[in-house]
Design a protein around this ligand. Structure first.
Ligand code: 13P
Length: 245
């Protein structure tokens, strides 16, 4: 269960979140969970989460680990050195607003793996794609361009997140069946490229308006292994309820 804070919260608010959140999940041992705050909050989050089961992650990283003159970018190795275990890659907001392509997704994923991070690689269709019946086609294109270029060993260390763009921040959660179907087709793409064992082992998270009151239905789908949570992960009680589910 991963929380994507997007561009929300200050370091002080980060500290405050963990003070409230960690006691609520102290008894939880059944699921891995992580918070991905904005870069500037990573030190506060790592410090606050020390000694707990909460992992910390970045929301993006550069496609090489070598330092260089690339204003505004952060290497995966820097995230790792700052105490991160995870990084979100290829989120639809990066694809839509910041020019992310399948090619850069693949590069960033490889660099993250090289640094020892667990990449959470995002795929998902726009509303127009779904309405045109192109959901599986879009998922295949994103998978083939952004994920299929990994080696089998690299693939075994990633998490995939399916986020239908029309369900992000809109309150329009995909029905469990719609999400389950998309996860099933992603798992089929994995099987075709990396084999049965890899398909069974990979964790595929659903993201898009996940809340404490709909997590149960989504998680009942056999191909949904977890959630990538935006808005509800900003509230300690809500994200704790999702983790504890
Ligand atoms: P919401 O949960 O706010 O819809 O955001 C989903 C998301 O984009 C997580 O990465």
């Amino acid at each position: 269960m991963a929380g994507n804070w997007k561009m929300f919260k200050t370091p002080a608010e980060t500290k405050d979140f963990f003070a409230k959140f960690l006691p609520l999940v102290a008894g939880s041992t059944h699921a891995d969970f992580a918070i991905c705050p904005p870069f500037v909050n990573i030190p506060a989050a790592v410090e606050a989460a020390a000694g707990s089961r909460a992992g910390i992650g970045g929301q993006n990283c550069y496609w090489q680990n070598k330092e260089g003159a690339f204003t505004g970018e952060v290497t995966p190795a820097m995230l790792k050195a700052a105490g991160c275990a995870y990084v979100i890659i290829g989120h639809s907001e990066r694809r839509q607003f910041f020019g992310e392509t399948d090619e850069t997704v693949l590069g960033r994923t490889k660099a993250a793996l090289e640094a020892g991070l667990i990449p959470m690689v995002c795929v998902g269709e726009m509303l127009a794609d779904r309405e045109a019946g192109k959901t599986n086609e879009v998922l295949a294109t994103q998978f083939n361009g952004g994920i299929a270029g990994l080696t089998p060993e690299e693939f075994s260390r990633i998490v995939i997140a399916y986020e239908p763009v029309w369900a992000i921040g809109t309150g329009k959660v995909a029905t469990p069946e719609m999400a389950g179907d998309a996860h099933k087709s992603i798992r089929a793409l994995v099987e075709a490229k990396f084999g049965k064992n890899a398909a069974a082992a990979v964790r595929i998270l659903y993201g898009g308006s996940v809340k404490p009151d709909n997590v149960k239905g989504l998680m009942a789908q056999p191909d949904i292994d977890g959630a990538l949570v935006g808005g509800a992960a900003l509230k300690p009680e809500d994200f704790a309820a999702i983790v504890n589910f």
